[in-house]
Every structure is written in structure tokens, then in C-alpha cells.
Write a protein that binds this ligand. Structure first.
Ligand SMILES: [Zn+2]
Length: 56
């Protein structure tokens, strides 16, 4: 409190990002930051979707 530093919160889980903040890919249409966990989750979901489309 009173540090005058604004907290950056993860857009997905709402937790404060203390380490590295990840910028979402433009395809995700997210302008806020993501924490590492939510970012990797999103990333794998994104690639699973796209791989599924490419196959067949
Ligand atoms: Zn998160």
C-alpha cells in the first residue's frame, strides 16, 4: 500500500503479475497482460485449434 506503483493483473485469472507479464497475441483480441500460466494455456489452446484445422 502507498507504494505508488500500479499493480498489473492478469486478464484471465485476475491475479497480480509479479514476474514476467505476457502480451497476448493479436489474434486473441486481448489488450491486457496475461500471467505465464494463462498465457501458456491460451497458447496451447490456440495451437491445438489451428492444428486441428490443418489436419484432414
Ligand atoms: Zn493468469
Amino acid at each position: 500500500m502507498g507504494l505508488g506503483r500500479s499493480q498489473i493483473k492478469c486478464r484471465e485469472c485476475g491475479k497480480e503479475i509479479k514476474d514476467f507479464k505476457y502480451t497476448a497475441m493479436p489474434e486473441w483480441d486481448i489488450s491486457e497482460y496475461l500471467c505465464g500460466i494463462c498465457y501458456s494455456k491460451r497458447l496451447s489452446e490456440y495451437y491445438i485449434k489451428h492444428e486441428g484445422k490443418d489436419k484432414k
